[in-house]
Design a protein around this ligand. Sequence first.
Ligand SMILES: Cc1cc2nc3c(=O)[nH]c(=O)nc-3n(C[C@H](O)[C@H](O)[C@H](O)COP(=O)(O)O)c2cc1C
Length: 361
Amino acid sequence: MPSQLFTPLTLGPVEFRNRVFIAPMCQYSVHERDGVPTDWHLVHLGSLASGGASLVITEATAVSPEGRISPQDTGLWNDEQEAAWAHIVAFLHERGAKAGIQLAHAGRKASTYAPWGQEGRHGTVPADEGGWRPVAPSAAPYPGYDTPEALDAAGIEKVVSDFRAAAERSIRAGFDVLEVHAAHGYLLHQFLSPLSNARDDEYGGALENRARLLVRVVDAVTDAVAGRAAVFVRFSATDWTPGGWTESDTATVAGWARDAGAVFFDVSSGGNAPAQIPVGAGYQVRFAHYVKSLAGVPTGAVGIINAAEQAEQIVASGQADAVLIAREALRDPHTPLRWARTLGVDGPAAAWQPQYERAKL
Ligand SMILES: Cc1cc2nc3c(=O)[nH]c(=O)nc-3n(C[C@H](O)[C@H](O)[C@H](O)COP(=O)(O)O)c2cc1C
């Protein structure tokens, strides 16, 4: 039986050489705090592209300064950032990989300390250390963080137009995939979940209202892309908390996002409330399967997918159309090519860089 994992996949206008994608991973490495990706990002993303993944997605990249998780995040709201991303995208393309950008706004989880180099400080970075007041659907803080300011109507319009402008810049920089980050408790997830959205206007209350901002963002991004790239959405399928966002909500809203132009759904979980999560091998695969079955949309599975046979089984059994890997790819950027060898795959779906060809056994 030929490998299904190492079979090309077409999503929207983009053909991927195989079904192993690199998941977005924050690097907190913009030391100048200007949102401009650095040599670190070129080497990090470039090595992942060399390792055989068909798609490399950047870290959560903010559509506005106030949308950054930390002051050290990458962004895409000005020309300098666009030019730096274009340089990185060209390198990924030369390696035969498609380039994806995760477009993000952190909402009430913005302006937080990066995980290292901050003398052990946690929580919200104050203004006198270069932080800012976060915005959110409601003035309800994530536990341990400062209280955000609730967005007014003009603030919501700015979020939509910031995503649109970043999408236009992404296209100019050459990205093939734009992933809208609606997971992990960041702004769009905060709107979706009743745990963080207490609004009484057309953006709060019923599911249709809580999903309105996400659907508007997907619509604006799709419009800006105009068929030149594939639009993905990353969801958290559940808040793992009673009264929170659920997998059934995710499947319903995935259908609406598909109608607005998204072609693929990257299904993660959690992040909007502290919760007990039963983490283990492939623990989120069932969510990708559920959303795929119920909404009838292509999905990606992510979360502790660390072995070739496991990844192959997920795709071959039809639970998901692709797998996304993060930490295993940090341990070994050549994970996709190593998996191809384990599965006995050779050829264009598992191409080594010519410089490394002699390492192929
Ligand atoms: C260093 C690191 C940074 C991450 N940053 C992001 C991010 O920017 N956006 C996002 O959606 N998920 C982020 N994640 C989550 C991963 O994309 C992925 O969903 C998670 O690590 C589970 O996959 P894994 O078991 O293969 O690591 C990050 C994970 C790691 C390890």
